[in-house]
Design a protein around this ligand. Structure first.
Ligand SMILES: [Zn+2]
Length: 499
């Protein structure tokens, strides 16, 4: 028989569909054809596979070799298909006597000497094979990434000859060590590093407790970036399913997720020159963008008005839905994108508008144009908007001793209690909750309800803006472990919408 088959997995968003790899060796002029991919990619893959087979102690069949990859309509990153194609050729030319590769998945790009190089998408493939109880051979170089999946079906190989021998009868290959390390600390920046700024720190606490989107407005040097980084340190550690999601996105992006180093929540801070494709994902082959890399963590946009308005507007849909869908000729690709947006901006182009210490040189028209670069719908979605003023030099020079327990420890304790309280209330509010759910979760009664209605009318808020105000008030009540939202909570929520 000169036909054989084996399997591999493609990457489609964070999914990993199964691909059948068939090899046919027939009489004819010695050549290799790969059906199902473009010519340019085929030529490169063909040369790598031919050299790797010859340099691994095997013989390249001196006949016509046809490779078919199906289904044809799935976009394919061909480099990770080198290994399964080489294995299918070795089986069809009877250089591997065993039939087990027919039920095996493998992935990895081959170097000319037969070494298996690292591959994109190993983690989604490992999860898919574990669920399907199917053996998967991955590059040894991706072992740390796959360590998140504790699976008896996962095998590693460093070289084509090793991957081929693993499929031999009697081979006693043990699954690799999949002991995950303990979860490292989630803290990246500490509140103890920030002097003064009590209102901003309180806003960070509320934003962390309710995962609210936050805008900070203030002159250069007021400490907006340090505050944003501290927020990432206040968020609770990711649970296992969140780590799997984040790991799959990183794997699809091509930067391996290392469980021992990356278990803290992502903090992404793209530059304001970032394109729409860099922000939401795109390219060929498609890759996740910044909003997906920030999934389960914080997306920090410094100097928000400097971003292209078109790029900022692309955030609207994922901010509501928690995912982004990209249309491609052959497929629709969906990436998770549930992130906490933290943005910072100066009050005017020069930065000193409203400052007592420095003179603003911008005209009223210039300031208006600058602030209009951020559209109303995006401002509406930023639940909290605070002013951050620079500290007077006297505060900066104050030598305060580190208190015990530190401010960071106290804040984390408070947050943990509010998470517990919120879970017991059994209505954990997320970005996609309806207005009715939020109003009912607030338990407004009597005077407090009247006050809320007055507030909505007086401030001429949009329905979305008012709903978001209620959510922040609900979070403040949670921090006090209180079932009912009261006037005092609404007032404080309003103090975080001063822009
Ligand atoms: Zn100015």
């Amino acid at each position: 028989m000169a036909i054989s088959h084996t399997y591999t997995r493609a990457i489609l968003g964070v999914e990993s569909p199964l691909i059948l790899v068939e090899a046919d060796i027939s009489n004819g002029l010695p050549q290799m054809q790969i059906v199902g991919i473009t010519d340019g990619k085929m030529r490169q893959a063909r040369e790598r596979i031919k050299s790797a087979i010859k340099n691994s102690g095997f013989k390249l069949p001196d006949r016509k070799i046809t490779i078919n990859l199906s289904p044809a309509d799935i976009p394919k990153d061909v480099s990770s298909f080198d290994l399964p194609i080489a294995l299918a050729i070795l089986k069809a030319s009877q250089q591997i006597p065993d039939t087990r590769i027919e039920q095996t998945c493998s992935m990895g790009e081959l170097a000319l000497d037969g070494k298996i190089l690292s591959s994109h998408g190993v983690l989604p493939a490992s999860i898919a094979c574990h669920r399907a109880e199917m053996k998967l051979i991955i590059p040894l170089l991706n072992e740390a990434e796959a360590a998140l999946v504790e699976s008896p079906f996962l095998f590693t190989a460093a070289h084509l000859s090793q991957a081929a021998s693993d499929t031999c009868p009697g081979c006693n290959h043990q699954p690799h060590d999949t002991q995950p390390p303990s979860n490292p600390s989630a803290i990246t920046n500490s509140l103890d590093q920030i002097k003064g700024q009590e209102h901003a720190k309180r806003a960070l606490l509320v934003a962390a407790a309710g995962q609210h989107h936050l805008l900070m407005v203030g002159p250069p040097g007021a400490g907006k970036t340090l505050l944003a980084k501290s927020l990432a340190g206040l968020l609770p550690p990711m649970d296992f399913s969140e780590q799997l999601e984040t790991g799959c996105i990183r794997s699809a992006y091509g930067t391996a997720y290392n469980y021992s180093q990356d278990a803290h929540r992502p903090f992404r801070s793209p530059h304001h020159t970032a394109s729409a494709a860099a922000m939401v994902g795109g390219g060929n082959p498609p890759k996740p963008g910044e909003i997906s890399l920030a999934h389960n963590g914080v997306l920090f946009l410094d100097e928000l008005p400097e971003f292209s308005p078109a790029v900022i507007d692309t955030l609207r849909q994922p901010l509501e839905s928690g995912y982004i869908e990209l249309s491609r000729a052959r497929a629709r690709i969906k990436y998770p994108a549930r992130f906490q947006l933290v943005a910072a901006m100066n009050p005017c182009p020069c930065g000193w508008h409203g400052s007592l210490n420095n003179l603003c040189e911008c005209s009223t028209e210039k300031i208006r144009r600058y602030q209009q670069r951020i559209s109303g719908p995006i401002l509406d979605r930023l639940d909290m908007q605070i002013q951050v003023d620079p500290l007077p030099p006297s505060t900066l020079l104050n030598k305060s001793k580190l208190q015990q327990p530190s401010e960071q420890e106290k804040t984390l304790k408070l947050l943990m209690e509010s998470y517990q309280f919120r879970k017991q209330r059994s209505s954990w509010l997320t970005g996609t909750d309806s207005t009715e759910t939020i109003i009912s979760a607030c338990n407004l009664s009597g005077d407090h309800q009247v006050f809320a209605s007055l507030l909505a009318n007086k401030l001429n808020m949009t329905a979305r803006g008012f709903t978001r105000l209620l959510k922040v008030a609900r979070t403040i009540a949670d921090l006090e472990l209180t079932d009912d939202v009261r006037k005092v909570h609404l007032e404080e929520a309003l103090s975080f919408r001063k822009i």
